[in-house]
Design a protein around this ligand. Sequence first.
Ligand SMILES: *Cc1c(COP(=O)(O)O)cnc(C)c1O
Length: 411
Amino acid sequence: MTTAELHHITEQFNGPLYVYDATIIKGQYERLTNAFSGVNQLRLHYATKALNNISILKYIQSLGAGLDTVSIQEVKLGLKAGFEPSKIIFTPNGVSLTEIEEVAKLGVQINIDNLSILEQFGSKYPTVPVCIRINPHVMAGGNSNISVGHIDSKFGISIHQIPHLLRITENTQMRINGIHMHTGSDILDIDVFLNATEILFETAKNFKDLSFIDFGSGFKVPYKPGDIETNIEELGEKLTEKFNAFCVEYGKELTLAFEPGKFLVSQAGYFLTKVNVVKQTTSTVFAQVDSGFNHLIRPMLYGSHHEIENISNTTGRERFYSVVGYICETDTFGSNRKIAEISEGDYLAFHNAGAYCQTMASNYNSRFRPAELLWLNGEAHVIRQEETFDDILRNQIELDLSVLEGKAVNV
Ligand SMILES: *Cc1c(COP(=O)(O)O)cnc(C)c1O
């Protein structure tokens, strides 16, 4: 999308707004499938939690993808969007056996990440095929909150517990049809990732009845100029060779699966906000927009960098700004950012706003969650309306205190 197209949208719709460019999603999907074109069977399970709008899910389904889900609600969204149950994988962490049973009944591939549930599920349903999530204890990226494969992580079954795992699968006679890892976001070093895949291949040899190996995700996309990103083409070349060699050794053609979230949707998203106030202080110039961490929490939660562009004044002289929000709490989007001169009423576009932005939005400060638009074939389509005051009150129960007043409350 061009800056002019983004600006045109701000004239047509009330902000703040999330806009997603379908061509970028498609381009990223194709980049990944091309990088792994040397693999016999490839399956990309899009990670729903990155961006879960039903129209986005339908679009990604139309590209041929499967779905990665972490809750039964995401599974139901996926089914509603038209994904076949067999193309959905359920990779929860710390959910109840009941939830896993309910998802299994829907015909969705179950992925279990702890021995307790594995033993219980396997004892009850030995004929239902199950994938197991292994923790290879590899430190993927820099941030330990988003890197989930390390030793202290709550995710997956430790590779050091394989003997116990095998005892469970033997005793229950359950069928393991897949093996999985997800080392966490931000793979910076392909060789580190490839080391983790070696561990997974070694583990896979223990299971005779596999049909797929799922390498999770963690593909890093650039958030700012000069950022390193995962070299997908190099990864594709190196992993394809390893995978194909493994299939020969294993004696069966397996499916290679990935679960990209960020990679498919991050760069497709823009968050458009309007500047309410430009405030000079003794130390900086604040540009205050009609949003806050209620709409986009990543900078405050993870310290993430989102490029900020003044789409109302693209050629103005650049100045330094602290871009902040309007909620009653510190909600800094970016400090000391060089942005073309900002006037009150200008629109700012936040880049990389496709993944983990709208899905993490809340009603904090009793604000409405923003609308979402899908940019498809040169046109903007509303795929979520901005909330209204009714949404703020929905499910709240207003007690009639005048009736309750004076009555003894028996508990
Ligand atoms: C969140 C998640 C993903 C997606 O990770 P990205 O970094 O967005 O690609 C994939 N698999 C699992 C199991 C996840 O929890």
